[in-house]
Write a protein that binds this ligand. Structure first.
Ligand SMILES: [Zn+2]
Length: 338
C-alpha cells in the first residue's frame, strides 16, 4: 500500500484536492489495519473508503484475497460480489419434540432468529387415570400425533423462513430419531436442499451449532469441488465441455464459450491485454481486433475475472484440491464444445 500511495501521490496528473482526499483515505485505512483491527483467524479484509461522503465499509472474509489497492470513482465491488456468491447462506433448523430454533449461517457467522420459535404443547406423558381405559399403545399414538403435528408446523415455518431469508441450503439438527421424521414432512423443495444434519439438544449453545454447521458446510464444499474437478478432467478433450490451463481458459472466455470460470490460485500473473477490445493474451503481440500492440497487464487473472463477470460467467474457486490449485490452476466449463 505504501508503494501505491507513493506512486499515486507523486502522479502530477491528479489534482491537488483529490490528492489531499486520497491521502486522508489512505491514512485512515492504514491506521485501521495497523491499529484497532485484529486478525483473529480472518484471512481476507476488504475496505471501502470514501471519507468525503462518509462512506466506510469493512468486510472480513474467511478466505484470503490478493492484496490490492484500487482507486476509482466507484467502489470496486465485483470481486467481492463474486466471492460472496460463493459463500452459500445456510439455514439451520434445530428440532426437538417441543420446540424449534432457527439460525442463519453465512461467512463464518451465525445468528439465531427468535421471532420464529415454535413452542407448541406436546404432551410428555399422559396421566394414568385420564387414560385408564385405553391401552398403552393408544396413549403413545396420541403423543406421536402431537409430535407429527408439531413437526409439520415447523416444516411450514421453515419453508417461509427459507424463502424470506433467501437461503441456499438447509442443515437439520436435533435428536437422531426425530430428524428423519422431520425431513419426511419437509416441502420437496427443501428436501432437495438439505446439506446435512447433526445431533443437537434443544439448548445446544450457539457456538457449538456454528461449529457443527461449518463442518457440514465444509464437507459439502469439498464434495462440490470434487464434482467440479472431475467434470473438468472428464470433459477436457477435443470437442469436450471443459478446458484446463490458463491459455485455453482465456481463449474459451474470449470466444464466449465459458459457462463457469474455475480458479484454483488467484495469484497475480503478468499478461497482455487490449482494454479497448477486451482481448487477453498470455503472450505479447498485437490485438487481432484493432491491430494495436497489446498492453502489458500486471495481473491478467484480474482481467480474466472482470471479463467473466461482464459475460455473466459463474466463478468458482477450487481451493481444496491440491492438484488443481498447484498444477492446473485455471479452467472453465463450457456452454458448447468446439
Ligand atoms: Zn484491440
Amino acid at each position: 500500500m505504501r508503494k501505491a500511495e507513493h506512486d499515486w501521490l507523486r502522479n502530477g496528473e491528479i489534482l491537488k484536492l483529490k490528492k489531499q482526499a486520497l491521502k486522508k483515505n489512505l491514512e485512515k485505512i492504514d491506521s485501521y489495519v495497523t491499529g484497532e483491527w485484529r486478525r483473529k483467524g480472518i484471512k481476507g479484509l476488504v475496505i471501502f473508503s470514501c471519507l468525503e461522503v462518509d462512506f466506510w465499509q469493512v468486510y472480513e472474509l474467511p478466505v484470503g484475497l490478493r492484496s490490492s489497492l484500487i482507486i476509482g470513482d466507484e467502489p470496486h465491488a465485483k470481486e467481492l460480489v463474486a466471492l460472496l456468491n460463493e459463500f452459500k447462506r445456510f439455514c439451520v433448523v434445530s428440532v426437538s419434540r417441543k420446540k424449534a430454533r432457527f439460525f442463519t449461517v453465512g461467512l463464518n457467522e451465525i445468528e439465531e432468529h427468535q421471532g420464529v420459535m415454535v413452542d407448541e404443547w406436546v404432551p410428555d406423558q399422559v396421566k394414568e387415570g385420564e387414560w385408564a381405559s385405553l391401552r398403552q399403545s393408544r396413549i403413545a399414538r396420541h403423543i406421536e400425533d402431537h409430535v407429527l403435528h408439531h413437526l409439520k408446523d415447523i416444516a411450514r415455518l421453515t419453508y417461509n423462513f427459507f424463502v424470506e431469508h433467501k437461503i441456499d441450503r438447509l442443515i437439520l439438527a436435533g435428536h437422531k430419531e426425530l430428524i428423519p421424521r422431520f425431513r419426511a414432512v419437509l416441502h420437496p423443495y427443501l428436501q432437495e436442499r438439505v446439506a446435512g444434519e447433526f445431533n443437537a439438544e434443544p439448548d445446544t449453545p450457539l457456538s457449538e451449532i456454528l461449529k457443527r454447521s461449518l463442518l457440514v458446510e465444509k464437507e459439502i464444499q469439498l464434495r462440490e469441488e470434487e464434482y467440479l474437478f472431475n467434470k473438468l478432467r472428464n470433459e477436457n478433450h477435443e470437442g469436450g465441455l471443459a478446458v484446463i490451463g490458463l491459455r485455453p481458459t482465456i481463449e474459451a472466455l474470449m470466444r464466449g464459450q465459458a459457462d463457469t470460470l474455475v480458479i484454483g490460485d488467484g495469484q497475480s500473473r503478468q499478461g497482455f491485454v487490449c482494454y479497448k477490445d477486451h482481448y487477453l493474451s498470455v503472450g505479447s503481440g498485437d490485438c487481432p481486433v484493432c491491430g494495436d500492440a497489446l498492453h502489458e497487464s500486471s495481473d491478467v487473472i484480474e482481467d480474466m475475472i472482470h471479463l467473466a463477470l461482464n459475460q455473466n460467467v459463474q466463478i468458482e474457486h477450487l481451493t481444496h484440491i491440491d492438484e488443481f490449485r498447484e498444477k492446473d490452476k485455471y479452467g472453465a466449463l463450457l456452454r458448447f464444445g468446439l
